[in-house]
Design a protein around this ligand. Sequence first.
Ligand code: ADP
Ligand code: MG
Length: 293
Amino acid sequence: ATPTALMVGTGRGAQLGILIKGPEVLESTRRVDTVVLDKTGTVTTGKMTLLDVIAADGEDVSEVLALAGALEDSSEHPIAQAIAKGAREKVGELAAVEGFANIEGLGVQGVVDGHAVIVGRARLLADWSQHLDAELERAMHAAESEGKTPVAVGWDGKARGVLVVADAVKATSAEAISQLKALGLTPIMLTGDNKAAARAIADQVGIEEVVAEVLPQDKVATVERLQSEGKVVAMVGDGVNDAAALAKADLGLAMGTGTDVAIEASDLTLVRGDLRAAADAIRLSRRTLGTIK
Ligand code: ADP
Ligand code: MG
């Protein structure tokens, strides 16, 4: 492609709400055949709400919420913010936290009111020999099958509750997926969230292939696996945990509404966080480069 055509393409991109890092990016865009999409904040709004609090037998719902909310108030994660907000609304001011630690892709831990509290995936609690009883297990599975994200709460050696959060699919996501498919691309959802929730969200937007329960460091391995199968991979994401995969992909697309780390790791930024702009970008590059051959 001539430099002029690429410059024009870049300018047209800006009009469509697509920021392109360099004109040469359009070249790799054209060859893409697979689009890997992060779930939370990319296909969904990422604005989570706390929907339900379940306490284990003999535990107090307010205490589960108060301790989990206090701990999550130290985390930037959308799940954490929903829990902290919900807790503040229902139990008031949140206690201080000591020794806060974030375990990427699994959850958080810290000391609240003298209790060693953990909030996150059941397998994180299991690492500390805190196992969910049958009732909490049931609550987790019920929420997951509805496309929601349940997280477990435990302290002082025992699992004590489940919090259910969920966000909504973006209004434009289903249309974006059908546009990507019409361009001959295969969409794949990639998420750290549970398999059932991922499947439920994927069904809502028309994605067949789902890779779920992936740790942040393994998102990049998924991209590499697809590349080793000969795929030319675009990755769309918004989170800190997407950055390595965005950089590794043949084309990285960041949500403009996402984190700076994701934007820096990407070749393109979809300014409005509207997934339809991903299809616009592919169409634009094909058109820009197609006209000059
Ligand atoms: P995604 O790929 O959807 O952006 P993450 O990799 O950030 O998800 O997180 C994966 C899973 O780890 C979440 O679905 C949740 O179960 C758990 N998790 C991560 N951070 C937190 C947190 N701050 N509080 C509770 N659970 C968390
Ligand atoms: Mg995300």
